[in-house]
Design a protein around this ligand. Structure first.
Ligand code: KIV
Length: 281
């Protein structure tokens, strides 16, 4: 069944948990699509897990378009949401609408995600008015890493917790279809979830949210630079991959690969003729 923003809306009403993972390429998106994930986020986390930057700030709109196109070719039934990178929407409402439009028109995405609370509500409203669904993102918003002084849990005191609750309500009013809650205490995430009618998708925000999202390299053990507490490793693909790479190196070096079963045949007659011709030359 095709997942759309209506799936998000109905899931909250029916108390069904939503599932979202990040993906940045055709093959991974296709695998996720085949097992029925509700949404794929082409996150600006790609700056860290795909491109090797220390944070997400260097990611460009072209990077997100490029990876969204690949994901859209692989995922046919999944709602595809593309992150709006740093400085693609903060600068003005006009920039926000133009860049959101590029993610839909050029990237073939279905929706966009942007970080921030009440300060980005004018952008959310304008993008939604242009018929582009918006997912908001509050809490530990990685694009604010310099303002926070690191990747730090947010909303731990009364003032910042209340600010997040107010932000969620304002975002709903602005027309967003969902909110990602990242890096906030579980009980606060539950209060936010219960105080709005649009679904919350948690990452490091406990299981009181309406759904969950993880970065796929984190959940598969493929990215070890930084492992926050909230990540559950569902597989250790990184070490399987390293074992396979090592075996390949050994087999190539020893001559064991490629074997006869990986090799194309040619008739003896042809090969003898070529060898004969070589000798004449
Ligand atoms: O960029 C990303 O992958 C994200 C998720 C961590 C929510 O924003």
């Amino acid at each position: 069944m095709k997942n759309t923003v209506l799936t998000f809306k109905n899931s909250k009403k029916e108390n069904k948990k939503l599932t979202m993972l990040t993906a940045y390429d055709y093959s991974t998106a296709k695998l996720m699509d085949e097992v029925g994930i509700n949404a794929i986020l082409v996150g600006d986390s790609l700056g860290m897990v795909m491109l090797g930057y220390e944070d997400t700030l260097s990611v460009t709109i072209e990077d997100i378009i490029h990876h969204t196109k690949a994901v859209a070719r692989g995922a046919k039934n999944t709602l595809i949401i593309s992150d709006m990178p740093f400085m693609s929407y903060q600068t003005s409402v006009y920039d926000a609408v133009c860049n959101a439009g590029r993610l839909i028109k050029e990237g073939n995405s279905h929706a966009v995600k942007l970080e921030g609370g009440e300060e980005v509500c004018p952008q959310i409203k304008a993008i939604v008015d242009a018929s582009i669904p918006v997912m908001a993102h509050i809490g530990l918003t990685p694009q604010s890493v310099n303002e926070f002084g690191g990747f730090k849990v947010q909303g731990k005191d009364v003032e910042t917790a209340q600010k997040l609750i107010d932000a969620a309500k304002a975002i709903e009013q602005a027309g967003a279809f969902s909110i990602t809650l990242e890096g906030i205490p579980a009980e606060l995430a539950e209060i936010i979830t219960n105080s709005i009618s649009i679904p919350t998708i948690g990452i490091g925000a406990g299981n009181g949210c309406d759904g969950q999202v993880l970065v796929y390299q984190d959940m598969l053990g493929m990215y070890s630079n930084f492992t926050p507490k909230f990540i559950k490793r569902y597989a250790e693909l990184g070490s399987y991959m390293k074992d396979a790479f090592k075996e390949y190196i050994n087999e190539v070096q020893s001559g064991a690969f490629p074997g006869p079963e990986h090799t194309y045949a040619i008739s003896e007659e042809v090969i003898n003729k070529i060898k004969g011709d070589q000798q004449c030359n």
